[in-house]
Design a protein around this ligand. Structure first.
Ligand code: ATP
Ligand code: ZN
Length: 211
């Protein structure tokens, strides 16, 4: 019996995910371009995937657990358990408008066009604020949308804000605060649950040692 974990293949969460497993004393050799590997000293199988696909794999039980941004878990609306916040991959999903936009509050988004890769979370935010707006889903380079006349506002992930600044935008609303989380399938077999508990125990020890 092995515990199957999905982590990001490459990108912002990849290195910290591997580092966390290493700090938990788990040795994995992640050769370049490998899609799958096994730990040598823990019954763990590691799948390298695009972060967008991780919630689905966990829901389906193809992976038992995974490391992914909370923002992705919420956007994908898959049935998974968030079992532990991991303290890395911190960012926020924010609304931004052009610097010249005289923004005074969410009501200024009424009837505007908003470009985002997070249509579900944005629709939810607008609804809870009583705003009607047009959501344009785009998959990348969201921050150029206002400059090319595609949108009046964007909703995108921000950490330092420098990308927004470089594109002549200003952040006006925080929609969501996010960090990497450990998510798990809802119906783990007892053996998998035991392995997860063992892993969680180590993760918590690592976190404690850092504080
Ligand atoms: P993939 O190829 O796996 O689909 P991606 O391009 O969608 O990767 P990344 O940019 O690598 O994703 O970001 C992965 C996660 O890192 C985000 O979903 C988010 O949780 C987190 N993150 C932390 N800071 C930032 C940031 N400044 N911008 C974007 N994502 C961030
Ligand atoms: Zn992605």
């Amino acid at each position: 019996m092995k515990l199957k974990i999905a982590i990001q293949k490459s990108g912002r969460l990849h290195e910290d995910s591997i580092k966390l497993l290493k700090e938990c004393g788990i040795d994995i050799n992640n050769g370049v371009n490998k899609l799958k590997t096994e730990a040598s000293n823990f019954p763990l199988e590691v799948f390298f995937l695009r972060d967008d696909d991780i919630p689905q794999y966990i829901e389906d039980g193809v992976a038992d657990i995974g490391i992914v941004g909370e923002n992705v878990v919420l956007e994908k609306q898959k049935q998974v358990n968030i079992v532990q916040k991991l303290g890395f991959g911190k960012c926020r999903l924010s609304m931004a408008v052009e610097k010249s936009f005289d923004y005074t509050g969410v009501q200024d988004l009424q009837n505007k066009r908003i470009a985002t890769s997070y249509p579900v979370i944005v629709a939810d935010f607008l609804e809870s604020n009583g705003i009607t707006a047009e959501i344009h889903e785009i998959s990348g380079s969201v921050e150029i949308a206002p400059g090319i006349g595609l949108a009046d506002a964007i909703c995108d992930l921000v950490s330092s804000g420098s990308t927004l600044f470089m594109n002549g935008l200003k952040e006006v609303e925080t929609v969501l605060k996010s960090e990497a989380v450990l998510a798990a399938n809802h119906n783990l077999q007892p053996a998998q649950q035991q392995l997860l508990d063992k892993l969680l125990f180590r993760i918590q020890a690592v976190k404690k040692a850092k504080n």
